[in-house]
Design a protein around this ligand. Structure first.
Ligand code: NDP
Length: 450
């Protein structure tokens, strides 16, 4: 018996039976259900109305073939996915990931987490997620375009500005969103806010590109202030990854007075004692789409080490895992703790294994879980949807101020929910519960529709 509540145990057993061979999905379900123990104990109507039974099962799961032709004329077949997880509080909303590791388990774990994250933002967005096992690395722009067009040809049948609004994620940035948006428009003959993360010339929001990384730092700054009377100022920071989230987490941490000394990609990590030169890094990653090892060739004094996981052996005050799921395990957490880390915030989705989370919590390290700490991206996507509906655009400063407000509110929602349910200081439980309560209320009000 893994759960105290018989109801939760029964729900988990069913999920386990129905989703054989899906470890990431089961990991996410288990973590969230564990947090619901005190809520289920206090609210018997959750069992009576089958809320947890329903919330763990996606409303819809779509899998499709994506065929495309490379520059040499060879035909390739990839697999496309969209999970429309929960629409109780708004249209499905969540990113699209292009990475060879994408499968049903990964899409479902991300979609499940997304429901609670979106609820936490306070904006009216349900949860969804999608992607493909297509690997964009090494492909030409034309190959990327043909793949995106093929992918959208099927996806377009299932999405819409009031139905399901995808965005970017790993391997999907402004270029891919542009190609997908173009194809959607061509198929539907509609200029509508069906995707977020769009380019600024065709309905994108200022500050969307920066939002997840900036948001992670706003959340962390509030967590440091309220729980430790501290801040980023003067701190040494390590950030894994060097994609969209990692780059803008670096920028904001630096603006808040910290020094970011290490970053990584899936092949290795760089260390720059003086603090990473973000202009050089952006040129390498955003303009040239090259490997992070280039940085050490261009900046004197910087080093490159093969193997991305070694990054956690670098001493730091604040660690921001911003690459991918399960990239930080129990042993690596122990090393960070031994080296004096005081706060960890997750820019990526589920980057810390359950053993790592437990190690941080047992050691009293401040821990900002992904669904709270990285909600700034989807929050700003929500703001992009509002601007599209209004046919209007806010300035960078207006969007950034709203983002900052939302991240501060998310911290307090998670902190207060943890307190209310007797797990004070546990932001993992607090974020899950705060996100859940709103969805559960909406599901109860709407009856057994799904
Ligand atoms: P990008 O594709 O821009 O960057 C991903 C980064 O992570 C790259 O540096 C990549 O290295 C690295 N990476 C990917 N897979 C692995 C792996 N298996 N091991 C080590 N490193 C890896 O993606 P994003 O920055 O957009 O996303 C990063 C994380 O943040 C994901 O977990 C995503 O779900 C989450 N997130 C993103 C949001 C957004 O707005 N973009 C919003 C909320 C969460 P390489 O180039 O070598 O593959």
């Amino acid at each position: 018996m893994e759960f105290k509540s018989k109801y939760l145990q029964g729900v988990y057993n069913t999920v386990e039976k129905r989703n054989v061979g899906e470890p990431e999905f089961l990991q996410a379900i288990k973590e969230v259900l564990e947090s619901f123990e005190p809520v289920v104990a206090l609210k018997p109507e959750l069992e009576a109305k089958g809320i947890i039974d329903r919330i763990v099962e996606p409303e819809r799961f779509i899998q499709f073939r994506v065929s495309w032709v490379d520059d040499k004329g060879k035909v390739h077949v990839n697999r496309g996915f969209r999970v429309q997880y929960n629409s109780a509080i708004g249209p499905y909303k969540g990113g699209i990931r292009f990475h060879p590791s994408v499968c049903a388990s990964v899409v479902k774990f991300l979609g499940f987490e997304q429901c609670f994250k979106n609820s936490l933002t306070g904006l009216p967005m349900g949860g969804g997620k999608g992607g493909s096992d297509f690997d964009p690395k090494g492909k030409s722009d034309n190959e990327i375009m043909r793949f995106c067009q093929s992918f959208m040809t099927e996806l377009s049948k299932h999405i819409g500005a009031d139905t399901d609004v995808p965005a970017g994620d790993i391997g999907v940035g402004a270029r891919e969103i542009g190609f997908m948006y173009g194809q959607y428009k061509r198929l539907r003959n509609e200029f509508t806010g069906v995707l977020t993360g769009k380019g600024l010339t065709y309905g994108g929001s200022l500050a969307r590109k920066e939002a997840t990384g900036f948001g992670t730092c706003y959340f962390t700054e509030e967590m440091l202030k309220c729980m430790k009377n501290d801040s980023f100022k003067g701190k040494t920071v390590v950030i894994s990854g060097s994609g969209n989230v990692a780059i803008y987490a670096n920028q904001k941490a630096t603006e808040l007075g910290a020094k970011v000394v290490a970053m990584s990609d899936s092949a290795g990590y760089i260390y720059d004692e003086k603090g990473i030169d973000l202009d050089v890094l952006k040129q390498i990653k955003e303009v040239e789409r090259a490997r992070i090892s280039e940085y050490a060739k261009r900046v004197s004094g910087a080093t490159y080490t093969e193997g991305c996981r070694g990054i956690w052996s670098i001493p730091c005050d604040i660690a921001l895992p911003c690459a991918t799921q399960n990239e930080l395990n129990g042993e690596e957490a122990a090393t960070l703790i031994k080296n004096g880390v005081i706060a960890v915030s997750e820019g990526a989705n589920m980057p810390s294994t359950p053993e790592a989370v437990e190690a941080f919590q047992n050691a009293g390290i401040l821990f900002g879980p992904a669904k709270a700490a990285n909600a700034g991206g989807v929050a700003t996507s929500g703001l992009e949807m509002s601007q599209n509906s209004m046919r209007y655009s806010w300035t960078f400063e207006e969007v950034d101020a709203k983002l900052q407000d939302i991240m501060v509110n998310i911290f307090h929602a998670a902190y207060n929910a943890a307190d209310k349910y007797g797990v004070a200081g546990n932001l993992v439980a607090g974020a899950n519960i705060a996100g859940f309560e709103k969805i559960a209320d909406a599901m109860i009000a709407q009856g057994v529709a799904y």
